[in-house]
Design a binder for this molecule. Sequence first.
Ligand code: CMC
Length: 429
Amino acid sequence: MTGKGADVSVGGKTIELPTRSGTIGPDVIDIGTLYKNTGTFTYDPGFTSTASCESKITYIDGDEGVLLHRGYPIEQLAEHGDFLEVCYLLLYGDLPTKAQKDDFDHRVTHHTMVHEQMSRFFTGFRRDAHPMAVMCGCVGALSAFYHDSTDITDPHQRMVASLRMIAKMPTIAAMAYKYHIGQPFVYPKNDLDYASNFLRMCFAVPCEEYVVNPVLSRAMDRIFILHADHEQNASTSTVRLAGSSGANPFACIAAGIACLWGPAHGGANEAALNMLAEIGSVDRIPEYVARAKDKNDPFRLMGFGHRVYKNYDPRARIMQKTTHEVLGELGIKDDPMLEVAMELERIALTDEYFIEKKLYPNIDFYSGITLKALGFPTTMFTVLFALARTVGWIAQWNEMIEDPEQRIGRPRQLYIGEPKRDYTPVSKR
Ligand code: CMC
């Protein structure tokens, strides 16, 4: 949709730039012709005011704390849907009928095994390697195994690659975990749902029967739903940028995993739990809040703040409820970390600094406590985020390939280095 134009004056010359309106959310000024007409670029490090693409997948209203996937509120999807239903929604644009859902579940379930030769990749890594390092390597390596789904111009091959990744990511994540703790790999089991299968691949051992706890598997599934997509965040933009050059989907998702690893992004759940452990007890909270407010101290409250949400992250609310359900099911009462988390949240939400800067708990604040209770070590937290976000990356990558306006991503820069100068031989320097 095109809106009314925006006048821009540069060096005494005024040009009218078209504006575009989405279905909801702020309009955008299309600056595509700015350089051609005025010889200037725009400058927006961190993309705080720049839309990089059109998208129909996810909508966030950060001021109101709203998150919609294909128009459906995250609260409704997390309450009533399951992860594979959300995957279908993100990939195809609509909720599946019963027959479509059965078919999709079947296709994902029957792609969960990885090429047997891949299992030998793992032994090349040091046992103490961070599982995110292993994930980056193994997911990138998928392109060496599945040549028949790397032609990005073929929609069928793109969908095969998409399903392969959604299906195989839990298997690779579980293998990374098993390798890390020195236990044998557990193969997927087709009569289990996605989340139960993943829990079994992580926690079953060959010497005894593993019975999936339905409350825990539902919690795992909900955690996957909450992480499924989040529009043009750093890792998704990385996947789109990598994909814009025509790179194959497995390589693009490996790039997304690498970006997600950082503590300002997906690594925050690990960092949040480490921070809660470091604080240790409620009486030490004021010391850490003071540090977070001190301009000269780089310390930040991990799990607080968000580039887009200037209100309570809607995912954090659902996550908090899930945390209580998991701890209740496991009979964990008086968890010291939960106690610190609840009190920290209370203090931060009433503190002038956090109120003024609109810093609210984000999803990572509670997810760490839940994942720890489920039995995962902190190093696996970001891996689980990557597993769930794969569908978002894939849906956004597919959307980009199909976008007729898509071109290779190539930002410009404001050069502040030396102007042209002449080379001097080393003897004269
Ligand atoms: N603790 C203390 N102060 C903070 C925090 C925090 N967690 N987050 C932001 N601020 C302050 C910051 O110092 C700045 O103050 P000032 O205006 O005086 O310079 C102001 O709030 C704005 O912060 P910013 O860094 O300019 O905001 P940003 O949009 O660039 O960064 C963020 C967003 C998420 C990287 C940041 O809030 C942060 O580092 N949070 C902690 C890490 C974290 O929890 N990340 C998970 C994000 S949600 C999961 C995901 O999608 O990946």
